[in-house]
Design a protein around this ligand. Structure first.
Ligand SMILES: O=c1ccn([C@@H]2O[C@H](COP(=O)(O)O)[C@@H](O)[C@H]2O)c(=O)[nH]1
Length: 242
């Protein structure tokens, strides 16, 4: 069964321990360590979560000059993470350098972590793309364009909204990874996200991976909500939908 990736947008190891105490100890989770946690706890938090038996998506969204990104990727390639990311807006040269950094930095016995690039953040609206980024084609076309550049750079996939998955796979390849945040079960608060779908829609559309944060981390019973989302994301009817 596919696992939704849980975004651990929490401030400390103590907060993580409290959160994970809601889950059975022997359940292996796919966890996202993002900027909030990594900037507080550093690489030790990744090693800690791995020791507990979890898989890690290290979401640092690197966006800098190619040399800096290559060296940073080289540094994280040995952490044993499954997946990490960059911003496609950094350009092809930067994306190629990121892949090279992961390849040269990985321990020889390991496969390199998968790399994906953010196209347009799921918190970005069509208006914002047109008015603030001065991209007249709008958010969906812009996301598709960045996905093409990402594919041409030898990167494994993209972060996009599930709303763009079909067009992106058509423009790249069916096995090009589409990871989609902006997941909101029916009736939950959207917050700052703009391009959202339910877990069930993400399943129907064909997202390869979904990331869910606040609907799980801020729930009264996180494990129950996690299981409901996991069911829907695997195409099973959940009680919430019957
Ligand atoms: O386009 C993007 C890229 C990354 N994210 C990250 O996903 C989670 C979503 O959290 P929610 O609480 O479910 O909104 C968060 O960690 C973001 O940094 C994204 O939302 N959109």
């Amino acid at each position: 069964m596919k696992r939704p990736i849980i975004a651990l947008d929490l401030p400390s190891r103590q907060a993580i321990d409290d959160f994970l105490s809601h889950f059975p100890k022997d359940e292996s989770l796919y966890l996202k360590v993002g900027m909030e946690l990594y900037y507080q706890e550093g690489p030790a938090i990744v090693r800690y979560l791995k020791e507990l038996g979890h898989d890690i998506f290290l979401d640092l969204k690197m966006h800098d000059i190619p040399n800096t990104v290559e060296r940073a990727m080289k540094g994280i390639a040995g952490l044993g993470i499954k997946l990490t990311n960059i911003h496609a807006a950094g350009g092809k040269e930067m994306m190629v350098a990121a892949v090279r950094g992961l390849e040269t930095g990985k321990p020889s016995a390991q496969t390199r972590p998968q790399l994906i690039a953010v196209t347009q953040l799921t918190s970005t609206s069509d208006e914002q793309v047109k008015e603030e980024q001065l991209i007249p084609v709008g958010v969906s076309e812009s996301a598709k364009h960045y996905a093409r550049l990402t594919h041409e750079s030898g990167v494994d996939g993209v972060v996009c909204s599930a709303l763009e998955v079909e067009a992106i796979k058509k423009a790249t390849a069916s096995d090009f990874i589409c990871l989609t945040p902006g997941i909101r079960p029916k009736g939950t608060e959207i917050g700052d996200q703009k391009r959202v779908v339910t877990p069930e829609m993400a399943y129907t559309i064909g997202s390869d991976l979904i990331v869910v944060g606040r609907p799980i981390t801020q729930a009264e019973n996180p494990y129950e909500v996690y299981l409901t989302i996991k069911k829907e994301w695997n195409g099973e009817k959940s009680d919430a939908n019957t």
